[in-house]
Design a protein around this ligand. Sequence first.
Ligand code: NAP
Ligand code: GLV
Length: 312
Amino acid sequence: MLLLVKSGGEKALPEWQAHFREADPRLDVRYWTDPSVRPEDVRYVLVWEPEEGRLSSMTGLKAVFSSGAGVDHITRVADWPRHLPLIRMGGKETVQRMGEYIVWACLTLLRDMRAIARAQAESRWLHHETLFSAPQRRVGIMGLGNLGAAAARMLQGLNFPVQGWSRSPKDIPGVRSFVGPEGLPDFLATTDILVCLLPSTPETDGLIDGKLLAQLPAGAALVNAGRGPHVVEADLIAALDTGHISGAVLDVFVQEPLPKENPLWSHPRVTVTPHVASMANRRDRAAYVAGAIAAQEAGLPLPNVYDPEKGY
Ligand code: NAP
Ligand code: GLV
């Protein structure tokens, strides 16, 4: 069974091949641009940002695997095969790593590490008063799916009060659930650290704008590890400059890589990470994909399938 891979560049192919061999030796794993591959022979793809015209040429394809949890990098391509299952990356490692990032980001904001790092860069001994500890900062997670629910549990372990906002109600012990547009104002009014773990859809892009930020309590902070287009960057900078938003940790941006001239790079209240919040190691991702392919071949249900009705 031919599986084409485009994730991590051609240099990553030997590693992918070794992990897939271990997970399922029946898979013949080749790189995306392998000239010896006939498109009609490809049965599965594991891909990040396919180029236009490529997927529709693979007429024998059975399923498309996203090498990340988000699938917006595939669904924005005009010819992605809508009749086939599109599978989001899942698995324990993706969830664990995102939880670690969100915990780190909330602690970074809590301890004002951006100010301390700036002082260190200037060899300046900063007398810095820590204003709050975890039980005094309410974390509100937008998106309580695979990643948001696990991050909530990890934050609870540090005694952060946690609540979440999603399309459908959730029953996570100790996590207050707010639902849909009608639940949003109350959710925002009671959130001190807003964490975005939403998928990018027409409903969620541009959601975190000046109007939404103004509904957070004064001094609230933001973590965005969802997708760049969720945040209106100019509105965020304006809210940071007035001090209404006290700090932000941003992993994703409207344009990636973040252009050198973007003011977020040097903003004194912003910590930038280069879209590294959660990418599982290749062994785990290969095992996850091989498991799903085995399920598909056996006619069993697939995990984490994109739902065109919901758009994620
Ligand atoms: P998921 O399991 O599909 O969860 C998505 C959550 O968002 C669900 O709780 C869903 O509500 C909620 N949601 C979607 N649209 C909404 C709307 N219009 N209003 C309110 N809630 C809405 O996805 P996931 O695996 O947790 O991943 C989430 C996103 O994280 C990915 O799509 C990707 O963009 C991002 N991500 C980033 C990185 C990184 O390294 N920065 C890594 C992995 C993923 P329901 O539960 O009611 O459906
Ligand atoms: C990374 O951004 C992902 O979607 O997994």
